[in-house]
Design a protein around this ligand. Sequence first.
Ligand code: HEC
Ligand code: HEC
Length: 338
Amino acid sequence: MKHYFLLGFLCFLVASCQNEKVISGGNEDPMVQIRIDHFPDMELEEGKELTPKRIALGRKLFFDPILSRDQTISCATCHLPHLAFSDGQTVAIGIEGRRHFRNSPSLFNVAWQPYLFMDGGNPSLESQVIGPIEEHREMDIPFTEAMARVAAKQEYQNLFQAAFKDDVNPYTLSLALATYERSLVSYNSPFDRFEYARDSTALNTQQQRGLELFKSARLNCNACHQLPLTTDFSFKNNGLKLNYEDEGRARVTNNMAEDEGRFKVATLRNIDLTAPYMHDGSLNSLEEVIDHYASGGSGHRLQSPLVKGFSISPNEKVDLIAFLKALTDTSSYKDYQL
Ligand code: HEC
Ligand code: HEC
């Protein structure tokens, strides 16, 4: 009986029972282990296990504008579920219309990111939570004040006790949000079913040709956007600019000589939903992205030698775009809320 309940919950969570396992850790709030056969293990420190109550609490906080000074902005203002948790803007717009200098990235599969932000300037999902809450172009409120607002609500008090057996405090508040984010997994796209579940009908022949192009030495996409996660998490200068306004990795290392214009290789999962593209949202379509790489880049002194330019026919371009669109899988949030 219990077994069925757990299985039912997981189908609800990730819309597929194939890959995940549950470790029952007590009946009321069982631990949920997300294990995807063709992905590396999700590494979790002790005490950070996912449970349904923690995920639900984190989701509630993620959508709650009380975490912003004037109560107009939530995490979901810039990370919209139906856009794979990006926002469709060139750069993010925060409180009072203030412009951020970067494009809002997707949060799918963020559990596998070894560090966060496009410059790698943040070490963990828990510590990342403080960033947007305090940042003046985002939510603009001292973290302690945001926390006090949450703690002042009896409903939240109860939910924190149920999820953590603990009060609202910096640790539980950030862990709740981080736990929700870890539940945002994307692994069941047509590409995954074709490549890893051996469903030869999951990609049509056009998409299959696009996949071959993606992997080809000529286009070289896979050299940085490594499958299956579509990133190797390295920092690369992909020749987007000749003069970078955003120093990229050098903002963290202060090493302009070696790190200027290097950015974390972006995930391509759900890429069809996350335009515009690149750290500054300067490319509007996948076609523009392909044109950029085909042109061979700006020739910036730190441009990666892996970006070397190529010729591509109009038909091949259509094939490649068809493949990129087959990287869409947002099923893990659909059952929650939009
Ligand atoms: C005003 C828009 C805005 C709001 C509000 C916002 N974010 Fe973000 N988020 C961004 C932008 C822009 C970036 C990219 C920052 C960078 O790379 O320097 C980002 C990056 C992230 C990342 C890192 C992703 C990666 O792949 O490196 C995480 C995680 C994240 N946000 C979670 C949250 C959470 C949780 C909240 C609410 C507490 C939140 N964000 C609120 C705009 C926003
Ligand atoms: C040298 C490594 C490298 C190679 C090769 C490479 N990319 Fe990228 N790609 C990156 C980096 C780094 C970024 C992030 C750049 C930024 O934010 O400005 C990126 C960003 C992107 C984006 C935008 C992602 C987003 O969410 O904004 C797309 C789409 C993309 N690449 C597709 C491709 C395709 C298609 C190919 C092959 C034709 C390719 N890339 C080859 C490193 C590479």
